[in-house]
Design a protein around this ligand. Structure first.
Ligand code: PMP
Length: 353
């Protein structure tokens, strides 16, 4: 029986996507060959790459001033690609928001390239909230922020007005809410939450911000080189790209990002209401910054842990343990997780004495 999968990533994808991607491995579009055994430059794969790039722009409502790339190396690779491409070689300086472990990793990498000013941080408060009072002027090469903090369950519901390019790590909430994507100059996200299997990272970049750093960038780390080759500078990770395309087609056929946001809000409300109304549980993140994707909570009485853990495991729930660095529980309720699974969890929470 299919479990209720609250895993933080890799995570649940639409069942239809699992089915179709499995079929493509056995026989891709009825051509008598597996997706895994054909050339990425064949007439059968090229349309996949073309459409996988186009659908991202359609869903985000972006124009021709943006390019979409499918790159290897995980979201973590972007922690160095961003400063390599955007931070000036001479006197380079970037602003970063420190909102969690991943943001912090991005900061550590950027420091290898130039000056990093952390303009806002909630580190001293165990990343429970999103810092809001800061200004970012034109003296910065860019601002880097993390829209959703997967480990701490906080999410940026507003983005600042800044006088420099805005870069955002959207790994754990891309395509989950209907934000104005034109506000961003560079967005990136590892596929393994709302898009597909691990192994590919989507990068969406506004072309005009490139080519200004004055650095000699190694080819594989140079966004422009990948753009010039239509995201085929080297052999792309064909299976994660195809699966991502299937997920995004599924999203488009089910009302796009607007409809996904409505479903996500409904799921999050159901769960946060239970956390707030059930005296056995307490939420971890500041209420106004609560994530629609990762719901972090804990027991008010740790002596009930054994009983609660048995209840949710017996109910067929998977992946509810909090990240090892903060403990407690984390229910990841990404786009593909059905409302029914959240209801099962809420019923389990209600049944705890
Ligand atoms: N950023 C965020 C917000 C993440 O949640 C993660 C991974 N969970 C990463 C970056 C790192 O992604 P990857 O493992 O693909 O490098």
């Amino acid at each position: 029986m299919k479990k209720h999968n609250f895993s933080a990533g890799p995570c649940i994808l639409p069942q239809e996507v699992f089915q179709k991607s499995a079929e493509a491995i056995l026989d891709f579009h009825g051509i008598g060959l597996s997706l895994l055994e054909i050339s990425h430059r064949s007439k059968d794969f090229l349309p996949v790459m073309e459409e996988a790039r186009a659908i991202v722009k359609r869903l985000m409502k972006l124009g021709d001033d943006y390019e979409v790339l499918y790159l290897g190396g995980g979201a973590s690779m972007q922690f160095c690609m961003v400063p390599f491409n955007l931070m000036k070689k001479d006197g380079g300086k970037a602003a970063y928001l420190d909102t969690g472990t991943w943001a912090n990793n991005a900061i550590k990498e950027a420091k290898k390239f130039g000056t990093v000013d952390v303009v806002g941080s909630s580190k001293d408060d165990n990343y429970k909230f999103i810092p809001k009072d800061y200004k970012v002027g034109s003296e910065y090469d860019y601002l880097h922020c993390t829209s959703n903090n997967t480990i701490y369950g906080t999410e940026m519901h507003q983005f600042p007005e800044v006088d420099c390019p805005m870069v955002c790590d959207m790994s754990s909430d891309i395509f989950s809410n209907d934000r104005d994507y034109t506000k961003f100059d560079l967005m990136y996200a590892g596929a393994q939450k709302n898009m597909g299997p691990a192994g590919v990272t989507v990068v969406v970049v506004k072309k005009e911000i490139l080519g200004k750093s004055g650095r000699d960038i190694p080819s594989m780390l140079d966004y422009q080189k990948h753009i010039d080759k239509d995201s085929m500078y080297n052999t792309p990770p064909v299976f994660p790209i195809y699966t991502t395309l299937l997920t995004l087609q599924h999203l488009e056929n089910n009302g796009g990002i607007e409809a996904a946001e409505e479903r996500n809000k409904q799921k999050a409300k159901l769960l946060y209401d239970e956390i707030d109304n059930n005296e056995n549980f307490v939420g971890m993140a500041a209420k106004e910054d609560r994530s629609l994707m990762n719901v972090c909570f804990d027991l008010t009485d740790q002596s009930k842990k054994e009983a609660f853990d048995k209840l949710w495991k017996d109910a067929g729930i998977n992946g509810l343990n909090g990240h090892r660095s903060i403990g407690g529980y984390r229910a990841s309720i990404y786009n593909a997780l059905p409302l029914e699974s959240v209801q099962v969890l809420v019923d389990v929470m209600k049944s705890l004495d």
